[in-house]
Write a protein that binds this ligand. Structure first.
Ligand SMILES: [Zn+2]
Length: 255
């Protein structure tokens, strides 16, 4: 009886040892892959990003792709509104290619191109930052959500809503991360008041969309005069009606 018990325990120990060596081997394979690609993954390979990224048409630069995936992962993990945005896009089956090009002196640091197949692009790996990934993700969401933005009727309003929202999220959730603010040029004399306005919105839980609109127009005019882009019209900003910020930042007001 005792012999059988010892034999059974022996089998059990053998099975446990075999299992643990399998796990170690899997760890080793992963470590070797990371060494090979130079990429340290902070999350399992099998993530939700495969439902949003069209890998077939994307860049083959594994490092650049992993950088975009990491940004998306952080944005999704820490910003509840972005979880809503991503879930919404995935539920609708919308996917995007990730492109990286190198145009020396190119004016576009990043872009969202909605024509089929849609793509999010970055001018060089250096422009893959959380702020730029967030900005283009919001373009993808707004293009697929609002008719007036899809028809490019209010380019300046869409662009400025996205810039202000990106700055609000970056300042609220990633304050220690180096972020180039998009809603006002740092040399503009309105820069400090713009940053103070962001803080006011973030810190005042009662800040309403009605308070938001006049300030949006005021800073939007200052931004557009700096920009000097013929496609962005001052008159659009002056007639601004909140869309994206109402769905995302001020959504609580509708409840
Ligand atoms: Zn933009």
């Amino acid at each position: 009886m005792k012999t059988k018990l010892f034999r059974d325990i022996g089998y059990l120990v053998f099975i446990l040892l075999a299992l643990s060596s399998c796990v170690n081997e899997m760890d080793m394979v992963e470590d070797e892959q990371e060494l090979e690609t130079g990429i340290s993954r902070s999350y399992p390979a099998d993530t939700w990003t495969k439902y949003l990224i069209n890998y077939e048409g994307s860049t083959q630069d594994k490092y650049a792709l992993a950088k975009v995936e990491n940004c998306l992962e952080y944005l999704y993990r820490f910003i509840p509104d972005i979880q809503y945005v991503v879930d919404h896009l995935i539920t609708r089956g919308l996917k995007v290619r990730i492109k990286v090009s190198n145009v020396p002196g190119g004016s576009n640091e990043s872009w969202y191109n909605p024509s089929y197949p849609p793509e999010i692009g970055f001018n060089g790996e250096i422009n893959i930052t959380m702020g730029r990934v967030l900005h283009e993700l919001l373009h993808m969401f707004s293009f697929n959500t609002y008719d007036s933005y899809r028809q490019e009727l209010d380019l300046a309003c869409e662009e400025y809503e996205i810039r202000v929202l990106t700055d609000l999220y970056m300042r609220r959730y990633f304050r220690s991360y180096s972020h180039k603010y998009q809603g006002m040029h740092s040399l503009n004399h309105d820069y400090n008041s713009y940053i103070a306005w962001l803080d006011e919105i973030i810190n005042d839980s009662d800040y309403s969309v009605d308070n938001f609109v006049p300030k949006f127009k005021e800073f939007g005019v200052s931004w557009i005069l700096d920009l000097k882009d013929a496609k962005m019209h001052l008159v659009d900003v002056l007639g601004y009606k909140p869309l994206l910020v109402r769905t995302l930042w001020f959504y609580k007001e509708k409840k």
